[in-house]
Ligand binder design. Structure first.
Ligand SMILES: [Zn+2]
Length: 683
């Protein structure tokens, strides 16, 4: 490996003032040597800890473990950040090569008997160690990880678990690659302008530019990227086109070809069920939920039922209303899934005269981003300064220094907002370097917000739709959670919290997004700078509960489907499409709505780590609505005491305490679902 270290940026201390990775110097060839050497170094550190002759102490075992593996962490965070945001074929092969090495390395740590012996000794005597609450939390977290990784199994079972983990890692990777490839493969080229009837100019323009970029000048190109086909579903008068695009989107990786995910799902479910049962749990859901705020499948099903029943009832009312609109057109058509967006857009216009196209000029991306920055300034006193000389991994990326009210450094935020071929769909936040304290130094984090928002065109800046505005606020909330953290240990800092708690800081931001007081600060016309007129803002307020039956039914059906998969007890082969249909029928899904993610492209649960966890979005919605209610009750959505309490008890705390304790410390009570049901017009 010797020569590979030369000129490999991972082997040097990042020289940048903020400790940012030198993206401009990092090449694909640098990853494997850094991964390989990183694993060797980390293993050596672990061996030293495990083989110590001195009795275990918190410092020489738990803290030492948590701070170890620096090179490996450096390479992994850069690689996996780019693997989502700026990938290519060569990175696919690196991912395939490194994934089994990483699972194996992970197993070498968590199946190390000597190491587990030390951790267990500390865990069993934790009450007498005289450690802080944060240290106790870390000790419990690491001990649980060992047990859940199979440390308490016999050698034969351990070997079996290693095999399962390795295969599972590869299968989950294959799932995500199939979805990405199928998404990129689909192109709907329109040659006749007449087929674009109903589409707003901005949508036509974007499609024309997409065609041009694909060497099809003079034509229009649509894809199964949401930013491309959702406007078609909303506005196209061409029913066949709507159907074709929606079907293309909902059948991705379900075509019985080389990119089909049905066999991959079988494999993943078989392995997950085997793993859970090996570790002593009845199902994969029982295993996963043991480590969350919800704790059991029953708690999740009970919780989902309280929101599902009013949601479907509301969706049925909405379907009837849309059918009336269709009947009035006199074509004798029955409402189908590809009609829902189109007629609800018409209904929205009729009911609230709210036209998304009329709103967009007020949602220039840069203004919206400035809006969330200003909101963070008002609530938490943060300041944002654009950095011009940061190493970036793509020209679309921008970097900001974030500092506190007293001028001290909070961290760095990267924003990367536009779609491109090498970027996965969706929006997310990523930790590029983590926050932690060591030897008296508080290492401040570098956080990235990634999105796939509407791109600027030749004559227009990026103008967002409402969904995109909300997503930008949402991801920025995750960024704040990552930025404001003040923990000692890397494993407890930032967003490394229970999955059904992690969406609270992000979703709570969406509450501020549509408040007129906040909109006044960012919803300014991109040409004139004029603030959005009050009547438009009022309409947005009124429209807040619009289409909520559809939205919640779409979301909750995906949550229930996810749970049903992970409640499987047997490991026999099964028909994925039949399983999905039976699940949806049983929950009482209505035919005019398609589950938000059909199985074959349900990345969240089959490759994104949200297995038996998709319910978390709704769980967190209860938390966020109730948390925002705390501000509203004071009559001031910027209430400084509430903001300080939210920052101190939630945003700074990471996973240093049980989430329910953190929530109670902020709110003075456990979360109440009423605020959510009212907000969504379901009660
Ligand atoms: Zn989120």
């Amino acid at each position: 490996m010797g020569c590979a270290k030369n000129d490999n940026p991972f082997f040097e201390t990042y020289k940048n003032k903020y400790g940012a990775p030198p993206f401009d110097q990092i090449k694909n060839k640098h990853f494997m040597p850094a991964f390989t050497e990183g694993i060797i170094q980390h293993q050596a550190e672990i061996d030293v800890i495990a083989n110590k002759t001195e009795a275990p102490t918190f410092e020489n075992t738990i803290a030492a473990m948590d701070y170890s593996g620096e090179l490996l962490k450096k390479a992994s965070s850069v690689f996996f950040n780019l693997y989502s945001a700026e990938t290519n074929k060569s990175m696919d092969s690196i991912a395939n090569e490194v994934s089994p090495l990483l699972s194996e390395h992970n197993d070498n740590i968590y199946l190390n008997e000597k190491l587990f012996g030390r951790v267990k000794t500390l865990f069993d005597t934790r009450a007498k160690l005289g450690i802080t609450a944060e240290q106790n939390r870390l000790l419990e977290k690491i001990h649980r990880e060992f047990v859940r990784s199979g440390a308490a199994l016999n050698p034969e079972q351990k070997a079996k678990l290693r095999g399962i983990n390795k295969e599972l890692g590869l299968a989950e990777l294959a799932f995500g690659q199939n979805v990405l490839d199928e998404t990129n493969a689909y192109k709907k080229v329109i040659e006749d302008g007449a087929d674009l009837a109903g589409l707003p100019t901005s949508v036509r323009q974007a499609a024309a530019e997409a065609a041009k970029a694909d060497n099809k000048e003079g034509k229009w190109l649509f894809t199964t990227q949401k930013a491309s086909f959702i406007p078609v579903l909303q506005y196209s008068d061409n029913r066949e086109l709507r159907k074709e695009l929606l079907m293309a989107y909902t059948t991705r990786a379900n075509h019985d070809n080389a990119k089909d995910n049905k066999a991959v799902i079988n494999k993943i479910m078989k392995l997950r069920t085997q793993k859970a049962q090996l570790l002593g749990f009845a199902t994969s859901a029982d295993f996963i939920l043991d480590d969350t705020m919800a704790k059991t499948p029953k708690a999740v099903y009970d919780f989902l039922a309280t929101v599902w029943t009013p949601s479907v009832a509301k969706a049925k009312e909405e379907a009837a209303e849309l059918q009336k609109l269709m009947d009035a057109e006199g074509k004798g058509e029955k409402l189908e899934s590809w009609d829902w967006w189109y007629y609800s857009e018409k209904l929205r216009k009729a009911k609230y005269a709210l036209d998304e196209e009329a709103l967009k000029p007020y949602f220039k991306l840069e203004n919206v981003r400035q809006g969330v920055f200003d909101l963070a300034s008002k609530l938490y006193g943060l300041k944002f300064k654009k950095l011009d000389n940061m190493p970036l991994y793509h020209p679309d990326v921008e970097a900001f220094e974030v500092s506190d009210a007293d001028g001290s450094l909070i961290g760095v935020l990267y924003t990367d907002y536009f779609p491109r071929a090498g970027k996965r769909a969706g929006a997310w936040m990523e930790n590029i370097t983590p926050q932690y304290k060591k030897d008296g130094v508080n290492h401040r984090p570098i956080i990235c917000n990634v999105g796939n928002f509407t791109k600027p065109t030749a004559d227009k800046p990026s103008l967002l739709n409402m969904d995109e505005v909300e997503t930008l606020f949402h991801e920025f909330g995750h960024a704040l959670h990552g930025l404001l953290t003040q923990c000692t240990y890397p494993s407890l800092s930032g967003t490394d919290v229970a999955r059904d708690f992690v969406e609270l800081p992000s979703q709570v931001m969406e509450n501020w997004c549509w408040e007129p007081e906040v909109m006044k600060t960012y919803a300014k016309h991109y040409k004139t700078g004029e603030v959005m007129p009050k009547e438009l803002m009022d309409k947005i307020q009124l429209a807040g509960t619009f289409n909520q039956g559809f939205i919640n039914t779409e979301l909750l059906s995906a949550s229930l489907l996810d749970m049903n998969y992970h409640m499987k007890k047997d490991t026999a082969d099964f028909d994925v499409n039949a399983f999905e249909k039976a699940s949806l029928d049983k929950m009482g899904m209505i035919p005019q709505i398609i589950v938000r993610y059909r199985s074959s492209y349900f990345n969240h649960i089959f490759s994104g780590g949200y297995n038996a966890g998709y319910y978390s979005y709704t769980w967190a919605a209860v938390l966020d609505a109730d948390a925002f209610q705390a501000f509203k009750e004071t009559g001031d959505i910027y209430n400084p005491e509430k903001a300080a309490a939210f920052r101190k008890n939630i945003l700074e705390k990471g996973d240093s305490d049980d989430p329910m304790n953190l929530y109670r410390a902020f709110r003075g009570a456990e979360p109440n679902p009423d605020a959510l049901l009212k907000k969504r017009g379901l009660k």
